[in-house]
Design a protein around this ligand. Structure first.
Ligand code: ZN
Length: 409
């Protein structure tokens, strides 16, 4: 059938203006130019059709021509595209267009004008530096509240003024270990002979009086009153009428030999409560005094020197020895000298040591880690020894007041 140019395409004889079209030509036409437009169809007696279509016969010559043109166009496009990609400026310069050139400077100026905003970004950079400084500034305010001490000398001495010693023993002050010899101390010692009267340090109510073997302290009365059962032998605990920032204040008397009071009994400052003894864990006769804040608990102690009124003519010296990061330096030696010609040695103590639970506690506002009692008003030199380093401060003690010094790395 192929090549006979008759009745070959889908059972239809196809002619162009009466002349039969070969099916391969027609298919070529289909391939390259789409379907020929049907002009008319004649039905033949044989049941076949004459399909008349527009246009001349298709042959392969125009196809070759078109393929050639397309190939040339593609080649030109590739060459120009390559040139444009490699050297666009040179390529554009090769096609100088006066109108376009006069416009481009205005466009460039416009771009230049948009650059200054990038310069204005620099101030925003300097602004970001300021916020980075503010966190450092916030460090200072956290340090400043500490010296803002709210004096709370709420009570007096546990022995009468004529007692053998009405000032705390300086060898074993609160938070110290007696140069490593003893447990971390949760109170102050008033060393006096057996039988020395002990008195109420302030107006208040007795909450505990007697042996401290059984639990009778703590919020629920389910704690022993000392570090362990029978730690104080016999103990008296007074709840002060005065409170501090809505927190109850308690004073405990340890190692007592006799007690004349009972729980619930109200007492007035100076009223006898019992006698000095050496009951419980005690190396000799003395009364151990504790301040407890917020709870009648061995874990709630504070330094009594910050609560007990200084003796007449004296003041209290307390301090915070810290490293360069503000952390407390523990177990360091503090030496105190008079600021006189000879630099007379007055006394020494230690910074608070870390106790096994429960810890000793610094004052809520001071954050101190050492204190020294009853220094006559005057000028002093305080030195702290930390390893091979010595920190020194000059301080002034005022009558009836607390002097506070922060120093260290
Ligand atoms: Zn003690």
């Amino acid at each position: 059938m192929r090549g006979q140019c008759a009745r070959v395409y889908c059972g239809i004889e196809i002619k162009t203006k009466g002349k039969p079209v070969c099916d391969d030509e027609l298919q070529t036409g289909f391939l390259f130019f789409g379907a020929p437009r049907v002009q008319s169809i004649d039905a033949l007696a044989s049941g076949e059709f004459h399909l008349y279509i527009k246009g001349k016969n298709r042959n392969k010559r125009p196809v070759a021509l078109i393929v050639g043109i397309l190939a040339a166009l593609v080649t030109v496009l590739i060459i120009f595209g390559y040139a444009l990609a490699q050297e666009p400026q040179r390529f554009v310069a090769a096609f100088e267009l006066p109108d376009l050139i006069t416009r481009t400077p205005t466009l460039l100026e416009a771009h230049v004008a948009t650059r200054p905003p990038t310069l204005t970004r620099r101030p925003t950079n300097t602004r970001t530096l300021v916020p980075t400084k503010t966190p450092m500034a916030t460090v200072a305010p956290t340090a400043t509240p500490r010296p803002k001490f709210d004096p709370h000398f709420l009570f007096g001495r546990p022995v009468q003024p004529d007692a053998a010693s009405n000032s705390p023993d300086r060898f074993y002050l609160y938070g110290t270990t007696g140069r490593g010899e003893y447990e971390v101390h949760h109170g102050e010692e008033f060393v006096n002979p057996l039988g020395t009267p002990i008195v109420a340090v302030a107006d208040g109510t007795i909450v505990v009086a007697g042996p401290d073997i059984l639990p009778q302290c703590g919020a629920g009365g389910n704690e022993v009153c000392g570090r362990q059962p029978d730690y104080y032998g016999n103990v008296i605990i007074l709840k002060l009428d005065a409170s501090y920032k809505n927190q109850a204040v308690y004073v405990a008397y340890g190692h007592v030999q006799k007690w004349f009071v009972k729980p619930g009994q109200r007492v007035q400052e100076g009223e006898p409560l019992g006698e000095v003894g050496q009951a419980g864990i005690a190396l000799g006769p003395h009364v151990h005094i504790e301040t407890r804040l917020g709870a009648n608990s061995y874990a709630a102690t504070r330094n009594p020197l910050l609560w007990m009124r200084p003796l007449p003519g004296t003041g209290v010296l307390a301090g915070r020895l810290q490293d360069r990061n503000g952390n407390l330096i523990r177990s360091a030696n503090i030496l105190i000298y008079a600021a006189d010609e000879n630099g007379t040695y007055i006394g020494d103590t230690e910074t608070y040591s870390r106790d096994q639970y429960p810890l000793v506690n610094a004052d809520d506002t001071l954050g101190e880690n050492w204190a020294f009692p009853d220094l006559p008003a005057g000028a002093y030199i305080v030195r702290a020894y930390v390893g091979s380093l010595i920190y020194e401060r000059r301080v002034t003690i005022e009558n009836g007041k607390l002097t506070f010094v922060t120093f260290g790395g």
